[in-house]
Design a protein around this ligand. Sequence first.
Ligand code: C2O
Ligand code: CU
Length: 546
Amino acid sequence: ARIRRYKWEAKYEYKSPDCYKKLVITINGRSPGPTIRATQGDTVIVELKNNLLTENLAIHWHRIRQIGTPWFDGSEGVTQCPILPGDTFTYEFVVDRAGTYLYHAHYGMQRDAGLYGSIRVALPDGKSEPFSYDYDRSIILTDWYHKSSYEQATGLSSIPFVWVGEPQSLLIQGKGRFNCSLPSVGAGLCNATSPECSPYVLTVVSGKTYRLRIGSLTSLSALSFEIEGHNMTVVEADGHFVEPFVVTRLFIYSGETYSVLVTANQDPSRNYWSTSKVVSRNSTTPNGLAIFNYYPNHPKKLPPTIPPRGPIWNDVGPRLNQSLALKSHRNFIQPPPKTSNRVIVLLNTQNRVNGNVRWSVNNVSYNHPHTPYLISLKENLQNSFDQTPPPEGYDDSNYDIYSVAPNVNGTTSNSIYRLQFNSTVDIILQNANSMNNNTSETHPWHLHGHDFWVLGHGKGKFNRSTDPKNYDLISPIMKNTVPVHPYGWTALRFRADNPGAWAFHCHIESHFFMGMGVVFEQGIDRVGKLPSSIYGCGDTKGLLRP
Ligand code: C2O
Ligand code: CU
């Protein structure tokens, strides 16, 4: 195994990813940041300098389990103190499994500002995937706002509430296109001919098969992705091989990664469109556009057709069907434990708390403590967070998930779920109506430090006595981000076998910021000595003696 060493500098710079100039957080001058490449078993070391001048920072290595290094998970408030402006922090972790991973900021709403990238971990020599392809490409899909993440965060926590609204554009591998001729655009801010916003081009050779590793790190949007005239065969989801199935549109939620195989088998004398479109919200955001370029056509030659418009935004059926179609590849099944020790039901609610609009589970909205949990747990600082356990469920015999709750008041808390080490835990994500009539949103939930089995998805209210009978305990897919569809439920199971404190939250940046998350603790007594670099904030000041 090798050591992969990176030296990164994060700073704000003016960039125009969709032709509109704004301050973007770059890593070594780039957004998306550099791709980390490694082979299974390697150690990755990232020496990160915070040159943001006035903002703190933390980076999360999305989907890396951090076994034995829970302190380098990068979730500020949970596993570390923030990295202060001017400071350098070194992350060091082992990439123990091959696959497609992401990284992104995990402080405030900075992911929105452009701090994200990919991690590609190759299989060791002599091992191969259960499918073949000629070339391998990575694409990250995002949505893009012109307001700064600081302004968005301030609006979300203001009274009256200022919602972030729909994004201005969709980016494909960091490139999009905003309509600079709109009258609302100030002079000098938008340059339609800037090379920074020329569409992303994926060049292919006729007859060859491409593995596209597609990840979504949208701030808000659920997306449908397609390549005009080409089918895609889904072969990997969140790093796990799936029993292959063919789609014309891939639905992808923030925090998910998929590999699809695409064969360049159409008329090679022209180029094709590749598009991303917002689904699940009635969005005003124009579709993202990229060019699927057949060599040797000029990469900038526009396809002769109108770009595909994509699916209807509110048709949940095909999205639920894709969730149901995802099964573990038959040769790579890791069967789940047949029973669980504990069932926690998390009702996704929107609430009003002290005049603020918040997202919650079971009417409790999450707040970061001043002291990261990992440190307060390990140092036994009982006053650093609320020690009362959070609710295990909601009043499911009386709660009407199809209506606005008669009482939308909620509370905030920083209490956590303490799981018995090595126990098996079931989580039922139950969706419901938000505070607006006839509205239920899609929430992609992401678990740090673990993968989980997806045991089932259903419509309506989860029934504790009948629905578990239909769980897939034979070949469920393992993931670490999973959507709960509008007015539906999702059941997942995991082993609490990774000592540490781990966030579990909706991957929509504004939803997590508004409290849509929880934290799980397990096996804290087995956590090794914490590195001094994660200390420095809240009640950890002064804890480090020379
Ligand atoms: Cu990719 Cu806690 O997030
Ligand atoms: Cu959400």
